[in-house]
Write a protein that binds this ligand. Sequence first.
Ligand code: RIB
Ligand code: CA
Length: 308
Amino acid sequence: MTDIQHRIPVLIDTDPGVDDAFCLGFGAAYADELDLKGVTAMGGNNYTSVTTRNALALLQFYHRTDVPVAPGATAYLTEEFGTPVAKFHGANGLGNQEIPDPVRKPEPMEGCDFIYKVAKECGGKLVIVTVCPETNLAKAFRKYPDLPGMIEKIVVMGGSTTTGNITPYAEANIRHDVPAADVVFNAGVPIDMIGLNLTRQCVVPDTRLRELATECRPELLDFLCALIRFRNGETMHDAVAIATLIDETVTTWERGTVKINTDPADERYGETVFTPDPNGTVRVGMQADYAKYEAMFAGMANRMNAAR
Ligand code: RIB
Ligand code: CA
């Protein structure tokens, strides 16, 4: 149990999104470890209007209406959003599962401005968990030159030290907005990179979650299990990222540098190339402690009732 004064102030940047729903679940349920200051919504898995609604609806469903949501960018840094591919996250972004519409409205400011507002309030201790294309963060760094010094670290669900998913080389969050990822990885803020090489080790089937989440309220457990089934065994990538913030021993780490292929003409465009370096500013998650992760995953569902 973490003393309440030592909770980690965190902002989640997300495009809910099936696996994003689990990331927000961890943020909501692990309230003794994380002080969830806010959420910024982003396009990617769906349009920003949809992901903003989904973030508000998820926090309401998780009994965390204390957490503000700001709508993020409505295009990538240098191009428009593509048409969302419904087979990955459903037409509604939540695996076609229905949860009640949110009563609350989003914050009356754009995500990049909200990030700066929250960072200023946290006196340099804010940790940002970004599990979507990094457009909001890149816009914030470009607009507020003093922002990097206000952020403790960035946990990025993105990239891979092995193979990609949206292309054989590039992972989706990076590839959707490569210029934004390049801004973020070169902002001078320490980064924990949680790539596909790690997240693919962390599949928790719905049957196993149902077995372990014995204290979870039925409608929440049914929803979470339906999301997992919708993804047909695909791992909940975004949950792994926030789990490593709650307990960094859930993975091994290698320190180094990450260079992003920023040449659109190259078939490896968006690839994250990791080079081990003890002085590097990036830590890369490598080998999961699966039993520990599985327990944290089920713990999210069991703790949700207890969260504020
Ligand atoms: O490549 C996986 C990432 O892309 C996850 O964040 C998923 O939500 C999608 O955004
Ligand atoms: Ca995501």
